[in-house]
Design a protein around this ligand. Structure first.
Ligand code: F6P
Length: 341
């Protein structure tokens, strides 16, 4: 068989582990040929690719980022490019495409699959917001990076008697905020799923100082917002891909809490450091398993589907199901975190 692989959307630790696993399983065990499209869907649309053999994937298991490069593509460009993509798949003699990506990539995968292309998806995102898989690789690494940063920030916050508002990634969901906040013992966590009440947040942080504590750490997912009408808040606009361009929840919360509490407050934006660098062992294993199972699905002809983790097993789920909704932080999970804050 001839298989094309691509990585699309925001990068994520573990992408290279999937690519390596696909090549090992396909080339060594099945005698397939594998090519990798450069820079996501763009590579497929422009027929820009490289051969992926064992040498090409040697030494990449622990490397962050993606050796194939990644990019975002505007949905309308992809819709217009369906026939071109089909032509390239035909000309290259491809039997399957394995796109590795998050919500946007999987939506694109579904579009191409609905248009007759043989697709087996692999989900990735540090945000962990893909509904039909228990976990996505990259999440464990991002939570580890954020937790280490929070641990470090606590000591400087305490030295200066400050409130630090630490903004982590998570545009629609607060999984990184929830997990890193719990792991580091943050004093408040705000997530997009649950618009915050600024009075309650001020009271919670203020109560800490009244109890004699000398600092506070608030973890805010970048997509967190106040309850409508409770605080002046700039939500930002949208970028050309239709993604919200946030105006900075940490910065705005720091200003508000400083003026309400009379305590020095500083925003800290962790940003892309959460996505960079070497994946954790957990993410390497999950990514490797996803790659292995994607190749098996290709050989079974299970197209229009995606690998998913259910408990400890890897299963296949339909792309349609995968893009139907996002996995948000449920109220019960938030309540568990809140009780220890
Ligand atoms: O979707 C993954 C993600 O890491 C989001 O949490 C974040 O908002 C976004 O990517 C950032 O994307 P970019 O690299 O395009 O700024």
């Amino acid at each position: 068989m001839r298989i094309g692989v691509l990585t699309s959307g925001g990068d994520c630790p573990g992408l290279n582990a999937v690519i390596r696993s696909v090549v090992h399983r396909a080339v060594v065990d099945h005698g397939d040929e594998v090519i990798g499209f450069r820079d996501g869907w763009k590579g497929l649309l422009e027929c820009d690719y490289l051969k992926l053999d064992l040498d090409a994937v040697s030494g990449i298991l622990a490397r962050g980022g993606t050796i194939l490069g990644s990019s975002r593509v505007r949905p309308e460009h992809l819709r217009d490019g369906v026939e071109r993509a089909k032509g390239h798949v035909r000309d290259l003699g491809l039997d399957a495409i394995i796109p590795i990506g998050g919500e946007g990539t999987l939506k694109a995968a579904r579009l191409l699959s609905d248009n007759g292309l043989p697709i087996v998806g692999v989900p990735k995102t540090i945000d962990n917001d893909i509904a039909v898989t228990d976990v996505t690789f990259g999440f464990d690494t991002a939570v580890g990076v954020a937790t280490e940063a929070l641990d470090r920030l606590k000591t400087t916050a305490e030295s200066h008697q400050r409130v630090l508002i630490v903004e982590v990634m998570g545009r629609h969901t607060g999984w990184i905020a929830l997990h890193s906040g719990m792991a580091a013992g943050a004093h408040a966590i705000v997530v997009p799923e649950r618009p915050f009440d600024i009075d309650e947040l001020t009271a919670k942080v203020g109560a800490r100082f009244s109890a004699g504590k000398r600092f506070a750490i608030v973890v805010a997912a970048e997509g967190a917002k106040p309850r409508p009408g409770t605080m002046d808040f700039d939500e930002g606009g949208k970028d050309i891909y239709g993604h919200e361009r946030f105006a900075g929840v940490a910065r705005q919360l720091a200003q508000e809490l400083e003026s309400r509490l009379g305590k020095e407050a500083r925003p800290v934006i962790l940003g892309h450091v959460q996505r960079g660098g070497t994946p954790t062992a957990y993410d390497r294993v999950l990514a490797t398993r996803f790659g292995w199972h994607a190749v098996e699905a290709v050989h079974r002809g299970e197209f229009g589907r995606m690998t998913a983790l259910k408990g400890t097993d890897i299963t296949m789920v339909s792309l349609a199901e995968a893009v139907a909704s996002l996995k948000t932080v449920p109220e019960e999970r938030y309540a568990e975190a809140e009780c220890v804050l």
